[in-house]
Design a protein around this ligand. Structure first.
Ligand code: ADP
Length: 395
């Protein structure tokens, strides 16, 4: 193999996901996951071309996890030493106010990611473990941090600042950082390129298990729905999205719930799961189709919130040229797309309902030629975006 590659790593508290990206064609050469790290039995899967290997074995920590990954590259392929890895890209959720782009992880950057742990308590400590472990197996190439918040670090102050007492907000660095930034940036750039225009007013809807919306004007973010944390904004698989913060006081005082319990309730037990018992949209639709009224109401709540954000961003941007769907739901759920677009008919939005039926593995314009707004589906590819950002720094 002579092409250059980037190894992209997404390290969570009990998992390591990885993908080796071929920079020549953007395809994944190999990928895999180590799950349930620290439990009795960890599940491991590695894929290289048509070869797949699955293992269960005890993996005590991220260092051991990464050692297994190295072993699998050796056994199943491609061996790391023959893969021309020019750098390792680490997905980092919280870059706080410090990072508006990717950064080579030197001592200073490492310490800043560490310092930001209180703002990303579920993620940043796990990312640091991933960085330590990956440096062991690939010590001689640059390791680059690609922050989920970086794109939104350019938000205008009026969109990033909460109307919270200023000294408290400053002391505890409370502001809108956003999330899914790598995806919003990648997708909005693809839309500009597909439509051949840089001066677009765009809305990107990243609808996966986590979901977020962004308003992007001429390539720069003007607003986004996630906030200090990924909890704010749209209705998600398991998260409430927007909710009156006084609900926290109420549950604390009246239900005697602890802050950790409320955190779990809002982040994991709510959203579509809390409303219907299912966080997967396919299962919610099954209920709707079987005539379940409660599930239909949950879909209406999901749609109502989407419509509110699209309307707000339309107003904030003073117009809209392109509306784009991406991520698991955005790419695969024709009904979520068609219901939203139907509600936007008053703006002149029209989609081709035949075309919209597709489950998209490709980029497509699904609006009709006479639609006032271009509607697109663009599959997100965060790993490719991370690999490209690594290349931009390393080469
Ligand atoms: P995340 O990265 O946030 O975990 P994804 O972007 O992979 O999530 O999206 C996962 C979600 O996509 C699933 O929970 C499910 O709701 C939705 N999804 C996947 N395939 C389909 C489909 N065919 N129809 C409707 N929804 C789908």
């Amino acid at each position: 193999m002579t092409t250059e590659t980037v190894l992209v790593i997404n390290s969570g508290s009990s998992s390591i996901k990885y993908k080796m990206i071929n920079l020549a064609d953007g395809q994944a050469i190999a990928s895999g996951i180590v799950e349930q790290i620290g439990e009795k039995e960890s599940r491991i899967k590695h894929i290289h071309g048509s070869l797949e290997k699955k293992l269960t074995r005890s993996v005590r920590d991220h260092l051991e996890g990464m050692a297994v990954v190295e072993e699998l590259f050796e056994q199943v392929g491609p061996p790391l030493e023959d893969s021309h890895v020019i750098g390792v890209g680490h997905r980092i959720v919280q870059g706080g106010p410090y990072f508006s782009g990717p950064a080579v992880i030197d001592q200073r950057v490492y310490e800043l990611i560490q310092e930001l742990c209180p703002l990303g308590p579920l993620h940043n400590p796990a990312h640091l473990k991933g960085i330590d472990a990956a440096k062991r197996i690939l010590p001689d190439v640059p390791h680059v941090a690609v922050f989920d918040t970086a794109f939104f670090n350019q938000l205008p102050n009026k969109a990033a600042t909460y109307a919270l007492k200023q000294d408290v907000a400053e002391k505890y660095r409370i502001r809108r950082y956003g999330a899914h930034g790598t995806s919003h940036q990648y997708v909005s750039e693809r839309v500009s390129s597909i439509l051949g225009r840089k001066d677009l007013k765009q809305i990107v809807l990243h609808l996966g298990n986590g979901a977020s919306a962004s308003a992007v004007v001429c390539g720069k973010p003007l607003d986004t729905s996630m906030g200090l944390t990924p909890l704010q904004g749209l209705v998600m698989g398991g998260r409430t999205g927007d909710i009156d913060p006084a609900t926290v006081f109420h549950l604390y005082r009246e239900a005697g719930m602890s802050i950790d319990e409320i955190d779990d309730l809002f982040n994991k037990q709510s959203g579509m799961k809390g409303l219907t018992g299912h966080n997967d949209m396919r299962e919610v639709w099954e209920l709707v189709l079987s005539g379940d009224q409660n599930a239909r109401t949950a879909m209406d709540i999901y749609q109502h919130r989407l419509l509110q954000y699209v309307g707000a961003y339309y107003a904030v941007m003073g117009g809209l040229d392109a509306l784009t769907f991406t991520a698991g739901v955005g790419e695969n759920d024709p009904w979520v797309r068609s219901e939203l677009c139907e509600s936007l008919a008053f703006l002149g939005v029209k989609i081709d309902l035949e075309l919209n039926k597709e489950h998209f593995r490709r980029e497509a314009i699904i609006s009709t030629p006479d639609s006032s707004v271009k509607v697109l589906v663009v599959p997100t590819n965060e790993e490719l975006a991370i690999a490209q950002q690594v290349r931009s720094l390393v080469k």
